[in-house]
Each structure stands twice: as structure tokens, then as C-alpha cells.
Design a protein around this ligand. Structure first.
Ligand SMILES: [Zn+2]
Length: 134
């Protein structure tokens, strides 16, 4: 899932939403972003987390899953075996792994859900300065 770098600006008034070059949008995100400068709605080709179908989720979480597997599940399994073999250091590996799973998966889902909630709170859009805080 390579990300293309691009400059983000409003499609109506052309104002820059961020002074930095951003990674391209991921699939999951607000479908509508309202410009702080001109107050007009810009459509994105993104979908809210709750609106993603199973194919979208596989696409979004595919890369994440590999990272979680490597940094989360692998250390946990290693740690369990270490304890079975009488090595107390296995506890540390399990701790690292549990943190990896939490960080990689739950934090990401939590982030998506918070963005969904913000979108609803605003009434069907996210402000450009919320999506691209400077
Ligand atoms: Zn604008």
C-alpha cells in the first residue's frame, strides 16, 4: 500500500489546507471535507469506517495485519514458548507483543471511529483544519 505524496488544497477556492506535503489519502476517511476558508464542501473518494465493506476492510487492514503479525503476535508466541521452556524473559516478549497488537489494531480502529463520530457531530462533513491540522 504505497502512498503518493501530494499537496492538499481546496477544490473550490484553491487555498492550501496544509503547508506540508501529505501522504495520499487512505481509503478510510471522511467523504466530505468542508473548507475553513470558503465554507464549501469538497468531495473525497474516501469512505467512513462504518461504511467500508468487507473488501475495503481487507484492503485497509491487510497491511496492518502483517505489521500486527510481526510486532504483536510473533513476540507473544515467542514469549509463551520461552515461559514453557522456563525462561522468565518470555513475559517481556508477551508484553511487547500485546502492546504491538494494541497499538497496531485497536488504536487504529479507535482512530477511525473517532473520525466517524466527528463527521456526524459536524453534520456530515469534517472541517479542513480538523482533517489537516497544521
Ligand atoms: Zn475553499
Amino acid at each position: 500500500m504505497g502512498n503518493v505524496l501530494k499537496i492538499v488544497r481546496c477544490g473550490h477556492c484553491n487555498v492550501l489546507w496544509t503547508s506540508e506535503v501529505e501522504e495520499s489519502d487512505s481509503l478510510c476517511g471522511p467523504p466530505h471535507i468542508k473548507c475553513r476558508a470558503c465554507k464549501k464542501i469538497n468531495n473525497t473518494n474516501r469512505v467512513l469506517y462504518r461504511d467500508m465493506d468487507i473488501g475495503d476492510k481487507i484492503w485497509v487492514f491487510g497491511g496492518l495485519f502483517l505489521a500486527v503479525l510481526f510486532y504483536g503476535i510473533f513476540p507473544v508466541v515467542l514469549g509463551v514458548f520461552a515461559i514453557i521452556w522456563g525462561k522468565d524473559a518470555g513475559v517481556i516478549a508477551i508484553g511487547i507483543g500485546a502492546f504491538g497488537i494494541w497499538w497496531g489494531l485497536f488504536k487504529q480502529i479507535d482512530f477511525f471511529k473517532k473520525n466517524d463520530a466527528l463527521y456526524d457531530k459536524n453534520g456530515g462533513f469534517v472541517w479542513s483544519n480538523e482533517e489537516y491540522p497544521r
